[in-house]
Design a binder for this molecule. Structure first.
Ligand code: ATP
Ligand code: MG
Length: 278
């Protein structure tokens, strides 16, 4: 165990900043520069416990970089991250995951030659500290397998559990990635473009899955599909050119001139964005 694994960040317990419940997640002054490029610059916002909180913004706005900083995969140039009130800024991604902050990856991390169930079981085993190798030796009735099957069921993948991950459709694979993340029993789940490349039908099914996740689980998702965003999110944060533009209720975000300009100045997402306003 490294010192980072053992130490609870800087030891401060100031994630709530006063009013209301302690945020599940809070970032303050978060920045990441790549040379002269300010990919993320001085971003601050809070995510309430149990929230379905979306992060949106045009391509290159800094969304994935923000997630990498939050998850601990990238070191911040400046700023801090709190998880349930604890400062986790100095913790590794692995240590943050053990504290409940788990993300899916934009590019698949599935074992394509293992079955859907084996992929989830591997994550369940990892969480329970069970040696991963002999997964085929685990009896069908074991508690770990039951746990894996419950997660597959939640992601509407029970009927595909015996299929190789490589044989699943694109949409099913994205669902399986969420299943693998859920198997780690997160309290805060970060989803980076979970619906990327999904058909409209798969995206709609995915929306139902997100809405059906346990209410105590906090979900932060980056997504370009604004129908999905406004179909699931109770709060929305908008990034633009690395900066935080606005965090608010979906209606506030839709009504914001600043947000409209950010989108109108980018690609033709405006039509999508204003679709339901008429
Ligand atoms: N490792 C890196 N090195 C250099 N520049 C990077 C690196 N990662 C990201 N960037 C740059 O930082 C900016 C923000 O990138 P990021 O991937 O966070 O945007 P994004 O909002 O996720 O975009 P998209 O919607 O296209 O996924 C972009 O200009 C990108 O080119
Ligand atoms: Mg991205």
């Amino acid at each position: 165990m490294t010192q980072q694994d053992a130490a609870p960040g800087s030891g401060t317990h100031d994630g709530g900043q006063g009013d209301g419940p302690v945020p599940a997640l809070r970032v303050e002054g978060l920045s990441r520069h790549f040379g002269s490029l300010k990919a993320v610059e001085d971003v601050s916002f809070k995510v309430r416990p149990g929230s379905r909180h979306a992060v949106i913004g045009p391509n290159g706005a800094g969304k994935s970089t923000l997630f990498a900083l939050t998850a601990g995969a990238l070191r911040a140039t400046a700023g801090r991250v709190w998880l349930h009130g604890d400062d986790v800024t100095s913790l590794t991604e692995h240590a943050r995951a053990r504290r409940g902050l788990v993300r899916t990856f934009q590019h698949s991390s599935l074992f394509l030659r293992a079955t859907a169930r084996e992929n989830v079981l591997l994550a369940v085993q990892r969480r329970h500290g069970v040696q991963a190798q002999p997964w085929r030796a685990v009896t069908r009735r074991s508690a770990l397998v039951r746990e894996a099957d419950e997660v597959l069921d939640r992601l509407l993948l029970s009927h595909r559990s015996g299929q190789l991950a490589g044989a699943l459709s694109h949409g099913e694979r994205r669902q399986l990635e969420v299943a693998v993340a859920l198997a780690a029993a997160p309290s805060v789940l970060l989803l980076d473009e979970p619906a990327a490349g999904m058909s409209p039908a798969d995206t709609h099914a995915f929306q139902e899955i997100v809405l059906g996740l346990p209410p105590e689980l906090t979900v932060l998702l980056v997504e370009h599909d604004l129908d999905l965003v406004f179909g699931v999110a109770d709060h929305v944060t908008v990034l633009h050119l690395g900066r935080h533009l606005l965090t608010g209720l979906p209606a506030e975000v839709r009504a914001s001139d600043e947000v409209q300009h950010a989108y109108l100045g980018a690609e033709d997402t405006s039509a999508l964005f204003f679709e339901e306003q008429e």
